[in-house]
Design a protein around this ligand. Structure first.
Ligand code: SF4
Length: 349
């Protein structure tokens, strides 16, 4: 039975069958398989001029109730990866698989449902909230779009989610406009809007980087509490290892469109392997001894062009451990020097 046929005739459960046996055994909720997201460059608006390889062969699995952090510099492709997971970009190749179903095969109706299963917390709360809408309407809109026609039901959901994000007394905040709230309160509204459709996954894009230091911890605690109470899976995207380690169970390090190291938080902090991970840790803003800064130098140079990335290992022009005749020849595959710790670097073959 094709997905399209199900959409036309079935209920939500028919459209999106429960996970395969394998998925339910390993608790995979979202699988990213060999994902490529390339954007075509056009010369003066016409004529092919190459591709921006924003995401270029990414693989990972997100389990139910798990929080992962994706860490990398600006321009490494993490925003394109995030937008593809949100269903806003189509994969050029490979798949995003939610609960056993390929997102690319869901069709229009299925895609709308899929988007309701993923809440999005933006980096800039003020920019994320429409300035001329009262908070009540901002929260009501996704409910209306997704077919909650009963006004009482909408009110009930809004009150419940506002209590969960600690915006009480609720009646005091609902008539206000975004500019009447502090940055921390605005971010709580953004989180409430992300939670209002009772999603299974939250994608949080640098959710505290634009907030005052004093409210960052509160917002991280709030997100962590919601994750636990709702058994949410969370994808936390950031450039800063100092916050991701308090939030995630596993960390994936992204460089020039690829994940170059995947491991538990403990493994990354105690035993970072990839030279780029060392560099990120050296650049972190939190000088905690647990960082184990064994790497003394931040590598020179800038992140590479995603249009013409370096051959072989994309990090090789900046790597102090570069091995001529090896590193620039072929892209390194993932090696697994210890269980659950994968690294794309020839030092560990
Ligand atoms: Fe450095 Fe070679 Fe490892 Fe790339 S593969 S990070 S160039 S040692």
């Amino acid at each position: 039975m094709t997905v399209e046929k199900n959409i036309n005739t079935g209920t939500k459960e028919d459209i999106f069958p429960v996970s395969t046996v394998a998925d339910s055994q390993d608790q995979t909720l979202l699988a990213i398989q060999n994902l490529r997201v390339w954007f075509e460059l056009r010369k003066f608006g016409f004529g092919h001029a190459g591709y921006v390889r924003a995401v270029d062969g990414v693989n990972f699995r997100l389990r139910r109730g798990e929080a992962i952090g994706i860490v990398g510099e600006s321009g490494c492709g993490k925003s394109s990866l995030m937008r593809t997971i949100l269903g806003l970009h189509l994969p050029t190749k490979g798949d995003v698989i939610f609960n056993g179903t390929k997102v690319s095969e869901m069709g229009t109706k299925g895609l709308r449902w899929y988007r309701s299963q993923i809440g999005y917390v933006q980096q800039d709360p003020y920019g994320a909230l429409p300035p001329f809408m009262p908070i009540q309407r901002i929260l009501e809109e996704p409910l209306v779009i997704h077919g909650i026609r009963d006004k009482d039901e909408r009110e009930k959901r809004i009150h419940k989610v506002f209590e969960e994000v600690k915006m009480t007394p609720v009646e005091d905040f609902l008539p206000k406009y975004p500019h009447m709230l502090s940055g921390g309160q605005q971010q709580r509204v953004v989180i409430a809007r992300a939670m209002i459709l009772e999603p299974k996954i939250i994608v949080a894009d640098e959710p505290v980087s634009m907030l005052d230091a004093s409210v960052r911890v509160e917002i991280l605690r709030l997100l962590r509490g919601l994750q636990e109470s709702h058994d949410l899976s969370v994808i936390y995207i950031t450039h800063d290892l100092s916050t991701v380690r308090y939030f995630s169970e596993r960390i994936f390090v992204m460089y020039a469109g690829n994940l170059v190291e995947k491991a538990s938080v403990r493994q990354i902090l105690d035993n970072p392997l990839h030279p780029y991970t060392h560099a990120l840790m050296a650049a972190t803003s939190d000088p905690d001894a647990n960082n184990a800064l064994t790497f003394k130098e931040v590598p020179p140079g800038e992140p590479p062009s995603l249009v013409t990335p370096p051959s072989g290992c994309r990090f090789h022009p900046r790597c102090s451990q570069f091995m001529e005749g090896v590193c620039e020849v072929e892209e390194p595959p993932d090696f697994e020097p210890e269980p659950g710790h994968q690294v794309a670097c020839y030092l560990y073959q």
